[in-house]
Design a protein around this ligand. Structure first.
Ligand code: PLP
Length: 489
């Protein structure tokens, strides 16, 4: 037992707050000024550059024991992290598939951290804003008001949320209580051979196994072959499996192909299957004035994954899962222990947001999305999506017009697959040459692309999910690809 006098003799109590708020004022303003300059001048810097060895070893320094002034800490960040970014905020970053962030979203992330709420739920304003952003996502996707949703780290988690609900609903047993071993028939899920790798992770972590996901062949446009899908479902039923879920992809990661979502919804309906759409790339095309028709049928999904950190350019991370039937969604995740019961009034007098996913504590991701949507309005985001798709077709036209380059897959939206070609080189040599071009483009800081293989053909892949890209950047890419290709000789 501590006596009062012992407590009074104890060392002074501490906090993480600064000794004087005046001390952090100037530095904080400096950080904001630097941040503005950093984004304003991003075009003048290389897209990417490799780190010198000094920077690499900097990150092996030991666990700090004693204090360092914040100004020095910031200086260390400036000299390392800020100098060597991945590059996805740059106008000529087109590798993989990312968003290019935005300043308002960054302010949102800052304010979310300052305000500090835990979005596990509760009766407070951030929770209402989280709900409102979900409502806005439902509206953008044409989902009913009665649908539910949750903001998660990204598309991979959003897909896992949707597929978990699908598994539980289709299992035929109480899979939450009894586990997958109790299922009478193994479940089968269906996606195209272009399906994103996160679905494999989902199958594995759901205990169904990778083989439970049947990859259905795609046609020349890289869209799922509907007849092959119907055959596979019949075959599986006859073989004693339980066909459970069709995964439609709205924008494949390889080429941007969009499955015929309407037809998939109809097949799912006829066969009594769950219909999940992976819309991480393309769901948001639904808000674009000129291209929305490409994702017709998305509103018929039972569950849908979309990715605000892609085409809404929210700073990482922000993904969103929507589920048409809120009861089924909550039924897949809700577990309310006695210490998380709701109260009639006060802080706990609201539905818990953690009942719609795997996390308990949740960050305040809604604010960065909410602020950017408010500032620009949804019409502008729709136009920016059209702009990227138009740029994809512009680049595609440049490539078609250029004898030294060839398209390797049809361009549907904002992903362009092409390669440098040279007479007399077989596919293996062409691949080596094109990889070298890609690496030199990256290392020179001119552009960041990635590569892939489409129906057996290796290619360079340009994914223009970038509100800073201009057509002149694509002109430069074509010139540089050819220049480097000729240089390699
Ligand atoms: C990006 C992407 C994912 C994964 O999303 P993350 O946000 O990276 O987790 C899933 N599916 C498709 C089609 C994607 O493009």
């Amino acid at each position: 037992m501590h006596t009062i006098s012992k407590i009074l003799n104890a060392p002074p109590e501490e906090t993480l707050d600064p000794d004087s708020w005046d001390d952090v004022h100037d530095l904080s303003h400096q950080i904001i000024d630097d941040a503005i300059g950093y984004l304003r001048d991003v075009r003048d810097r290389p897209v990417w550059q490799d780190m010198p060895s000094g920077t690499k070893t900097f990150f092996t320094t030991p666990l700090p024991q004693s204090p360092v002034p914040l100004a020095d800490v910031y200086q260390q960040v400036t000299n390392t992290v800020m100098l060597y970014p991945m590059g996805n905020i740059h106008p000529r970053f087109w590798a993989w598939y990312m968003g290019s962030s935005n300043f308002t979203g960054a302010l949102g992330d800052f304010l979310a951290a300052i305000q500090g709420s835990n979005l596990g739920g509760g009766n407070h304003a951030a929770a209402l804003m989280d709900n409102q952003v979900i409502d806005w996502c439902k509206e953008m996707m044409g989902f009913p008001v009665s649908a539910s949703g949750t903001l998660v780290s990204g598309g991979s988690m959003a897909n896992i949320i949707g597929l978990t609900v699908a598994r539980n609903v289709m299992a035929g047993v109480d899979v939450r209580e009894l586990g997958v071993a109790a299922m009478e028939r193994p479940l089968r899920f269906y996606g195209s051979d272009q399906v994103h790798s996160c679905h494999r992770k989902a199958m594995e972590s759901l205990g169904l196994g990778n083989q439970a996901l049947r990859r259905i062949a795609t046609n020349g446009e890289l869209r799922i072959d509907l007849a092959a899908l119907r055959r596979a479902i019949l075959e599986d039923r006859a073989a004693g499996y339980r066909p459970a879920c069709i995964i439609g992809t709205a924008g494949t990661v390889n080429t941007g192909a969009i499955d015929d979502l309407d037809a998939l919804a109809t097949i799912a309906e006829e066969e009594g299957l769950w219909f999940h759409v992976d819309g991480c790339i393309g769901a948001l095309i639904a808000i674009s004035p000129h291209n929305a028709h490409r994702v017709a049928g998305i509103e018929r999904a039972d569950s849908l994954a979309l990715d605000p950190h892609k085409w809404l350019h929210a700073p990482f991370e922000a993904g969103c899962a929507l589920v048409r039937d809120a009861g089924l969604h909550r039924g897949a995740f809700a577990v309310t222990p006695e210490y998380l019961e709701t109260a009639p009034r006060g802080l706990a007098s609201a539905a818990w947001l953690h009942e719609y996913g795997l996390q308990t504590s949740r960050g305040f991701k809604a604010l960065k999305i909410w602020m950017a949507l408010k500032e620009h309005g949804i019409e502008k985001f729709g136009r920016l999506i059209d702009q990227n798709i138009e740029q994809g077709h512009y680049l595609s036209a440049l490539i078609k017009a250029e004898p030294l380059l060839e398209l390797v897959a049809p361009t549907t939206i904002n992903i362009v697959c092409y390669r440098y070609r040279r007479a007399g080189l077989d596919d293996g040599r062409l691949k080596i040459l094109n990889i070298e071009i890609m690496l030199r483009l990256q290392e020179s800081g001119v552009a960041a692309l990635s590569d892939t293989t489409v129906h057996g053909a290796h290619c360079l892949r340009v994914a223009i999910n970038n509100h800073r890209t201009r057509r002149q950047d694509l002109d430069l890419l074509v010139r540089e690809t050819i220049r480097i290709g000729e240089l390699i000789g």
